[in-house]
Write a protein of this length. Structure first.
Lengths: 487, 534
């Protein structure tokens, strides 16, 4: 290809409008580094404000992009409603995480905001590309930022251990994925997984190599999504990391990864060839196993954060079901993602609030707390109900939409795979009742003699959590409000 | 907002009011709850009085009364099509008697909660949410709406049993929850399947409307639950049969049938008295109602094929429940098992597919509703006083508490099917229906009717034997003098709660037409719906 440099430059300049939200993030990232270095000492919280302003700018440009569809940077950058909405979710939840960090870790926190922005940028990349190179850069950006975030506030051995585990596991997965990508590139000569040449290359390739390449690629995504068998890091890391970071890990990285995976699966499963069949069976088997292991392992947990780690593994199984059912309408995919993010953020804020008051994340320490903090535990229970998927909550509508779309695939194909997904999805909801309901069980049904005085202070975080809880109910009764916006 | 909506959401207003009141106004919660339930009861009686008994309902929306329809959720799901969920409520002859029953039992439940002093705010708020859910279940005509109310019902019950229950309350609460949730998540899958199989003829969109699901013409050709030329099979079993079984399973847990009944004795024994009253009086009826409204009306073809099995399950429940009741030493457990037995009649009546049988089944639900409520209340009276309900710990109560004994005797005689009381009418009609079924060729053999009659005999045995063991003979109490002093006779509040229930049992026993006249058209409509498939 002989393209003249002015042409390339023209194209890059023409693509910049599509890249504005990310440009804002990049500039904010650099500014935040300097603010943390020079200004933070004199003017406390300046970096936090810088971070919030950056996110606001990014949000503003994103809203500007709502009706835009297009590609830029020679097809590397892809902007469509799915990516825009996903980025909106990412920015909004990052904002909440930023507030979370500011409230809980007010000392020595300058650099954490710039890292948070870097992670957000990585997520943006993941959700708006169909190019392997970009995807890998995105995954690595998110991963490296997450490693730092997990270790940033570490004070004891457990937390350092969690960080080390995370880094080691993450690097190995990234390496394996890169190897898989190189195989895929070698087979197809094209890095864009939606292009015809890419699919053609996969069709022609020998089955053994394709199997290897695909499984390797899925490893990297599997690590970010923490589906089985790449989930082993998440319970330790979730438990070891500060709650604010755990809230971040359990929500935002998954949004980007799931969008990427949905795009990938949509294009790879579209043919009648071996690699499509392999992807389909892979996703079905992994979804089933992930749902089962996540929910069954959660039954035995005595620590809330660890339990939530397994719960989020279980939800990953359902997210895979969403990916499986993703065809061209992205509305239920987004709905599930939004529901998941709202529920998880609220849960972790509650967990953190309780941790602040009792100093423990053990379920046993929740005994009898329902009477002392009735509002908090009522809200917590409602969110737990939503996590199980019982109406009238957003979790139920999200689950219903997933089942609906999976059933439509089952009805048109008649395969046992989707049916299996449906049945396991339904049954794991019953299993999940056991562990989610440990929270109200301990809080309301058990009594404790421990004197705990509720501090009764109104915190910004708690107000956010209550707003999220109200959203859980409102969106459960009127899902239209969200769906109309999205579609 | 129509009357029916007001009926449903009135308790929710009560909940908000109770939550808004400061805890210094603790004593007023029960009055708020009582006032609102009383209002509800009056409203339901008004609806009953203004009900046009000539209209059938079942699968025709025009024949439903007090109908309200609002577009609720409309979602465009791209390739899958449009999601169409309505807020659609209405009543016919099958749901209205149960609504009136529910409001009455709820009133009894609030009355029985008068002495609750453990966090009354939460208690009455949950009770009122439960009330809303129950009303919603009986009025919903959209399957989505029905499911939402059905699940909402579980949450307050879990806490009511779990917080205010007896010793093993945690176990009982979670067991109850798991059983019901297991049934309902599978039900959700069938609902989704039905949604894809049915289109609304007016808009061409898929719909959750139950009435559209009852009309074979609305099924998409080749869809999963398609009617005619249905070639969908899963592992060699026709899809419609699977759908029916799953739905039946969900409701059968509620009824409950043997062998899915094991949650019931635990839940009853551990639940506080008012919750037992509501469980037995209302929630078991949701099972029977669901079988009629959902299983039989949406799957009439399968209903006609399987009614032999359903009737068999009914007979087994009658006999097994009765034999178990005979063996119980805990009074509350005995009454819980008698519920299993009496609800077996409901299943037998419905499965007989005769007009007498189905009417008898609904009548039996209503009659069992307030009779079991009265029975559990009577147990509660005893338990309140001495915190014991072990049958062998009491003897000769008649001389100690004559009024109480009289009420117990009347309630026992009414429950065992003595002519002149409502249970007799219900059980007799069920047995007549089951007996006639053979000549109507619905597939239920005569020996099942005989099995049902044996059940009545057994119920006489356990009720009378209990009466004899506890109330007659010389007064001998396990707790000695302390108990003798504690065992005061019924007070006015207790009599006010019990009297209407027992009076109603007598009234309906003498004038069953009070109920039959309103449900007849609907029952005939239901039979007509199923008849072509027999």
């Amino acid at each position: 290809m002989n393209v003249s440099i002015p042409n390339i430059l023209d194209q890059i300049i023409a693509s910049i409008p599509l890249f504005k939200p990310e440009l804002a993030l990049i500039i904010g990232f650099i500014v935040c580094i300097f603010m943390a270095l020079f200004i933070e000492r004199r003017w406390k919280n300046s970096t936090f404000i810088g971070c919030v302003v950056t996110l606001a700018f990014s949000l503003y440009y994103l809203i500007d992009q709502l009706s835009t569809t297009g590609t830029g940077f020679s097809g590397m950058w892809l902007v469509d409603p799915l990516s825009t909405y996903a980025r909106l979710v990412i920015i909004c939840s990052t904002l909440i995480i930023a507030i979370f960090l500011q409230q809980r870790h007010s000392k020595n926190n300058g650099d954490v905001y710039s890292i948070l922005l870097a992670a957000t940028l990585g997520m943006h990349v993941l959700s708006s590309t169909s190019n392997w190179l970009m995807a890998f850069i995105g995954i690595e950006m998110v991963s490296i930022a997450s490693y730092i975030l997990v270790g940033y506030f570490s004070q004891n051995k457990v937390q350092s251990e969690a960080t080390m585990k995370y880094v080691l596991f993450g690097s190995v997965c990234a390496a394996v994925m890169l190897y898989g990508l190189s195989l895929v590139y070698g087979l197809t000569g094209n890095l864009d997984f939606q292009s015809a040449a890419h699919l053609q290359g996969l069709m022609d390739a020998p089955e053994a190599i394709v199997t290897l390449a695909l499984l390797f690629v899925f490893t990297g995504i599997g690590f970010k999504l923490s589906f089985v068998p790449f989930h082993v890091w998440s319970p330790d890391v979730y438990q070891g990391a500060p709650t604010a970071i755990t809230a971040f890990l359990s929500t935002i990285p998954k949004v980007g990864a799931i969008v990427l995976f949905a795009r990938l699966y949509q294009s790879w499963s579209s043919t009648a060839f071996y690699f499509s069949e392999l992807s389909t069976w892979f996703i079905i088997v992994v979804a089933v196993v992930t749902m089962l292991i996540g929910n069954l392992a959660a039954l035995r947990q005595q620590d809330v954060k660890r339990m939530m780690a397994y719960s989020s593994i279980g939800h990953t199984g359902l997210l895979l079901m969403v990916v499986f059912a993703y065809q061209d309408a992205f509305s239920y995919l987004l709905f599930y993602v939004v529901a998941y993010v709202i529920m998880n953020l609220a849960t972790f804020i509650f967990i953190d609030q309780i941790e602040q008051e009792t100093g423990s994340t053990s379920l046993l320490s929740y005994a009898g707390l329902g009477k002392k903090m009735p509002l908090l535990f009522t809200a917590f229970t409602l969110v737990a109900v939503s996590l199980i998927g019982i109406p009238p909550t957003v979790g139920f509508v999200a689950k219903l939409l997933v089942f609906t779309s999976t059933f439509s695939i089952f009805q048109s194909s008649g395969d046992t795979g989707p049916l299996l997904l449906l049945i396991v999805g339904a049954l794991t909801a019953v299993i999940s009742l056991f562990f989610y309901f440990k929270i109200p069980l301990y809080a309301f049904l058990r009594n404790s003699d421990q004197p705990i005085t509720d501090k009764k202070q109104v915190s910004v975080l708690l107000i956010i959590a209550y707003i999220l809880t109200v959203l859980v109910i409102l969106l459960g009764i009127f899902p239209n409000w969200l769906m109309e916006k999205v579609s | 907002m129509g009357l029916l909506s007001i009926l449903i959401f009135l308790p929710l207003v009560a909940t908000l009011l109770i939550l808004a009141l400061p805890s210094s106004a603790k004593a007023t919660y029960k009055y708020v709850a009582l006032g609102f339930t009383f209002l509800q009861f009056g409203l339901s009686l008004y609806l009953y009085g203004n009900f046009d008994a000539t209209l059938g309902g079942i699968q025709q929306l025009d024949a439903y009364q007090f109908v309200e329809q609002l577009a609720w959720i409309r979602m465009d799901l791209g390739a899958i099509g449009k999601l169409e969920i309505d807020y659609l409520i209405g009543v016919d002859g099958i749901s209205l008697p149960l609504i009136v029953l529910s409001t009455l039992v709820m009133l009894m439940g609030v009355g029985a909660s008068w002495n609750i002093d453990k966090s009354p705010k939460g208690y009455f708020a949950l009770l009122m949410i439960l009330n809303t859910a129950v009303m919603g279940i009986f009025s919903a005509l959209d399957f989505f709406l029905f499911y939402v109310f059905y699940e909402i019902m579980l949450l307050p019950l879990y806490f009511l049993i779990g917080i205010w229950g007896g010793e093993r309350r945690e176990y009982a609460a979670i067991k109850f929850f798991i059983y019901t949730l297991l049934g309902s998540v599978l039900m959700l899958l069938v609902i989704v399947g039905l949604y894809f199989s049915v289109i609304n003829p007016a808009t061409g969109a898929h719909t959750f409307n139950m009435l559209h699901m009852m009309n074979p013409a609305n099924y998409v050709d080749g869809s999963f639950f398609a009617y005619i030329a249905n070639y969908h099979e899963v592992f060699g079993i026709p899809a419609r049969l699977i759908g029916f079984i799953v739905l039946f399973f969900a409701f059968a847990i509620k009824v409950p049938i043997v062998p899915l009944h094991t949650w019931l004795p635990d839940a009853h024994v551990e639940a506080p008295t008012p919750v037992s009253i509501i469980l037995a009086g209302i929630l078991l009826k949701i099972g029977g109602y669901g079988i009629i409204r959902v299983c039989y009306s949406i799957f009439p073809d399968i209903a006609a094929d399987t009614n032999w099995w359903l009737a068999l399950i009914g007979v087994i429940s009658i006999l097994y429940g009765a034999l178990n009741a005979l063996a119980q030493k805990d009074l509350k457990r005995m009454i819980a098992y008698s519920s299993v037995s009496h609800m077996g009649f409901v299943l037998l009546g419905i499965a007989s597919l005769t007009a007498e049988g189905v009417s008898g089944a609904i009548f039996q639900m209503v009659s069992h509703g307030f009779l079991s409520a009265a029975l559990f209340f009577l147990v509660g009276v005893l338990y309140d006083r001495v915190h014991d309900r072990y049958i062998y710990n009491f003897r000769g109560l008649a001389s100690l508490t004559p009024k109480y004994t009289a009420y117990v005797a009347i309630a026992f005689f009414a429950s065992l099917g003595l002519p002149g009381f409502s249970a007799f009418i219900g059980e007799a009609f069920v047995i007549i229906g089951a007996f006639n079924a053979e000549s109507m060729a619905t597939g239920v053999p005569r020996w099942m009717a005989i099995g049902g009659s044996i059940g009545i005999l057994l119920s006489a045995a356990y009720f009378l034997w209990t009466l004899q063991r506890m109330f007659f003979g010389q007064t001998r109490l396990k707790g000695g003098l302390a108990w003798q002093e504690a065992l005061t006779d019924l007070n006015t509040r207790e009599q006010v709660i019990l009297f209407p229930a027992l009076a109603l049992a007598l009234l309906l026993g003498i004038m069953p037409s009070l109920i039959f006249s309103n449900l007849n058209a609907s029952v005939i409509q239901l039979i007509d719906l199923i008849k072509p498939y027999l």
